[in-house]
Design a protein around this ligand. Structure first.
Ligand SMILES: [Zn+2]
Length: 72
């Protein structure tokens, strides 16, 4: 007798990670992690570091993160 494991995944709702970013211009959607395909552009101005997520499709700036550099 063979044992068959019929395990069904409920097709219910997909949980969308909070890190998902949307392009306001073309509607492109991807996660804001290393898995996403956003172009990460890093700029440093004075003591402030800016991390910009740019859309790979249309080049729009989707999100800007400011990171203040800690100096000693
Ligand atoms: Zn876009």
């Amino acid at each position: 007798m063979s044992h068959v494991d019929l395990r069904r995944r409920s097709p219910g709702r997909r949980i969308r990670p909070k890190t998902t970013l949307f392009c306001p211009t073309c509607g492109h959607e991807s996660t804001a992690t290393a898995d996403g395909d956003w172009m990460l552009v890093e700029r440093t101005r004075d003591d402030e570091r800016q991390l910009t997520y740019e859309c790979p499709v249309c080049g729009s700036v989707v999100s800007v993160h400011s990171v203040t550099l800690a100096h000693h």
